[in-house]
Design a protein around this ligand. Structure first.
Ligand code: HEC
Ligand code: HEC
Length: 376
């Protein structure tokens, strides 16, 4: 099978129409619940979204040749069949090596002010360059090797010439992938239909869960929903105690203080648990992690930065206990005294945040362009 041939065809014509992108200048039609003005505002002016760039990014996102041994692509750990995560507690990259953290979904990552659990990447472009040379993810020795692989494919050369007007570079590889990710959105969930006025869209249990969310359970203090926060994250960092289990944060932080490079610390099995601190070196950030977005959350178990909670009910029980005590515990985390039914209601509410799924035109435009051929 001529995989690149298929790809070249894809690059020229496809199916961005499914996303509602008719012309380069037209905005993407977003699913219900996601504000188009905010989405547009979050596109960097120096990397506009165009149909051809989305397609190039999509091809690169699924291309395993960008890894050391040709076995790992972005989609290995951010797999559409796994809610764009990987279903594992911590990720596994080239040669079966384990990382230090759980793979978050890439869906709606455009709405993250900062990327990674500790916010150490300022943009999707910057983030996209990380995994390719991460020794336990895609494992390439350096970015030049990635560019060599890309340049060796005539189809890619042609696509880069068309999209960027130059030879492939690592920055343009990252720009294309980031552009694809900006279209990887999810919305039009039962909850969105409920908010838009269809009072039958949510079950009674999910409606009670929504009330608890904004009341007794206080989830909205960090996972608010509104025009500025359509993804249920305040985009801040909090220590809710996930990393605290049996760790001497003080000693670790002192050691990390002089160890420098946030990227190295984030990949170290112990230092990575210092969370936001690896980036800022501010004592207040010890054990803090980025508040997760929660759309499609039912699809991407296990949960938390270390994958330590297996189900959404386990997550709710964790909050109900008041997290794990430690000196940096966020003041918003206190025992909640929820009843069994209230916990189930919160879970039902979170389950109502799942978007339209595989059948939707939006979702189809996010799948591997070579998928159909692979099935033959
Ligand atoms: C081996 C598994 C693996 C591969 C391959 C991988 N990722 Fe990730 N990805 C992760 C993990 C684990 C994290 C969280 C790491 C952290 O926070 O330190 C992450 C984080 C991210 C984030 C940040 C999301 C957020 O909510 O902060 C984005 C975006 C992302 N990856 C995109 C990509 C892209 C694009 C590629 C391909 C170039 C890729 N990933 C390849 C495992 C992987
Ligand atoms: C003080 C802020 C805060 C409050 C209050 C809060 N959360 Fe969180 N939430 C976070 C942070 C920070 C994380 C990531 C923590 C980590 O992985 O270490 C998170 C993670 C999660 C996750 C896992 C997401 C994933 O991708 O793995 C779920 C589910 C969740 N919260 C649901 C809730 C629910 C339900 C409530 C109310 C009972 C709640 N949160 C209250 C800050 C908060």
């Amino acid at each position: 099978m001529n995989r690149m041939g298929v790809l070249a065809g894809t690059l020229a014509f496809t199916a961005v129409a499914g996303l509602g992108v008719a012309r380069a200048a037209d905005p993407v039609t977003l699913p219900k619940g996601l504000p188009a003005d905010l989405w547009e505002l979050l596109i960097p002016p120096d990397n506009p979204v165009t149909p051809e760039k989305i397609e190039l990014g999509r091809a690169l996102y699924y291309d395993k040749r960008l890894s050391k041994d040709g076995t790992v692509s972005c989609a290995t750990c951010h797999d559409p069949a796994m809610g764009f995560g990987d279903g594992k507690a911590v990720s596994v990259g080239v040669g079966g090596q384990k990382g230090t953290r759980n793979a978050p979904t890439i869906l709606n990552s455009i709405f993250n002010e900062l990327q990674f659990w500790d916010g150490r990447a300022a943009s999707l472009e910057e983030q996209a360059k990380g995994p390719m040379t991460n020794p336990v993810e895609m494992g390439m020795g350096n970015h030049d090797l990635v560019v060599e692989v890309v340049r060796a494919q005539p189809e890619y050369k042609a696509a880069f010439a068309k999209v960027f007007g130059r030879e492939p570079t690592i920055d343009d590889v990252a720009r294309a992938i980031a552009t694809f990710e900006r279209t990887a959105v999810t919305g039009n969930s039962k909850f969105d239909r409920f908010i838009a006025g269809d009072k039958t869209a949510l079950s009674a249990s999910a409606q009670s869960g929504w009330a608890l969310w904004n009341g007794k359970a206080r989830c909205n203090t960090c996972h608010p929903f509104g025009d500025a926060t359509p993804n249920f994250s305040d985009n801040k960092f909090h220590n809710i105690g996930v990393a605290a289990k049996g760790r001497d944060f003080g000693a670790l932080a002192r050691e990390a203080q002089s160890a420098g490079d946030p990227d190295k610390l984030a990949k170290h099995p112990d230092f990575s648990e210092l969370g936001r601190f690896v980036s800022t070196k501010q004592p207040k950030d010890i054990g803090s992690f980025k508040t997760s977005g929660l759309r499609d959350i039912a699809l991407s178990a296990p949960y938390m930065h270390d994958g330590s909670e297996k189900t959404l009910l386990d997550v709710v029980k964790f909050y109900d206990r008041g997290g794990e005590p430690n000196p940096n515990l966020d003041g918003g985390i206190v025992p909640l005294k929820l009843t069994e039914q209230e916990m189930l209601d919160l879970v039902a509410f979170m389950e109502s945040l799942t978007g339209e799924g595989d059948g939707s035109p939006t979702r189809a435009a996010l799948l591997d362009p070579n998928r159909k051929e692979a099935k033959r």
